[in-house]
Design a binder for this molecule. Structure first.
Ligand code: SAM
Length: 240
């Protein structure tokens, strides 16, 4: 996997944590600008899939500012825990949860996807939004999600991907190499963070490649739902 800075002696995890701490304040705003707010629609897609599963106990990994945790927390009788390595992203999320009076159903904790502090077979649902490509050890992170899920539990992942259609791929490449760096330069405290996010999106195994990784970890019944010409993808799979 790509490291934010390949030459640095600091682990990818510490670099990612620092990077998200630095951009925590602007993250929601820039996420909206860079996806034309599509990320909200994709997160609602996750909520709609989750609602049908009627989960009682859910975990949102790499929860960041807690959008997905908040959505899942709106499902009746569902308790959600959101975990993240970045304290400052969690602090932004905590404010949103308080404002929405969801403290009873959503709680946020510091935690590492690759070493989860939960027992085996514990959750009905695990969600990960734009988190997996930041993991230091992707396979370890997915194995941990598998471990904490109940038998028949569901994992839903939303992650950036590359369009398969050649024209869309070209358009995506031009868009990400022009519009996103310009927006980052204007609005972000750390424009190198957005270079990392772009590069990691291009290198991350998406589509069937990512499905094969999910299968190797043990997940089954994998569904792939490409969004916005395949620039992001929702993966839904089961622990059996
Ligand atoms: C792009 S943000 C996504 C936030 C949110 N899920 C969303 O969809 O908007 C990625 C988040 O993953 C977190 N992260 C990266 N590696 C992690 C790990 N190993 N364990 C937990 N969180 C991690 C980062 O701190 C950051 O908040």
């Amino acid at each position: 996997m790509l490291k934010p800075n390949q030459k640095s002696k600091i682990s990818k995890k510490s670099q990612v944590e620092k990077m998200f701490d630095t951009i925590s304040f602007e993250y929601d705003f820039l996420n909206g600008i860079m996806t034309f707010n599509s990320h909200k629609r994709w997160k609602k897609n996750i909520l709609n899939i989750a609602k049908k599963l009627k989960p009682k106990n859910a975990l949102d990994i790499a929860t960041g500012t807690a959008d997905i945790a908040i959505d899942i927390g709106s499902i009746p009788n569902c308790q959600v825990v959101g975990i993240d390595v970045s304290q400052k992203m969690l602090n932004v999320g905590r404010k949103k949860i308080k404002k929405m009076k969801l403290d009873e159903s959503v709680r946020l904790e510091t935690g590492d996807a690759e070493n989860l502090n939960f027992k085996d077979n514990y959750f009905d649902l695990v969600t990960i939004g734009f988190g997996v490509r930041n993991f230091q050890d992707l396979e370890m992170g997915l194995k941990e999600s598998f471990r904490v899920l109940n038998k028949d539990g569901t994992l839903i992942i939303l992650e950036t991907s590359l369009p398969e259609n050649i024209i869309m791929k070209l358009f995506y490449s031009i868009f990400t190499r022009t519009y996103i760096p310009i927006m980052a330069r204007i609005f972000s405290k750390d424009k190198s963070a957005y270079n990392y996010l772009l590069n990691s999106a291009e290198l991350f195994p998406s589509g069937t490649k990512f499905c094969n990784i999910l299968k190797a970890v043990g997940f089954a019944d994998i569904l792939i739902k490409p969004k916005l010409f395949g620039s992001s993808t929702i993966y839904v799979c089961k622990k059996q």
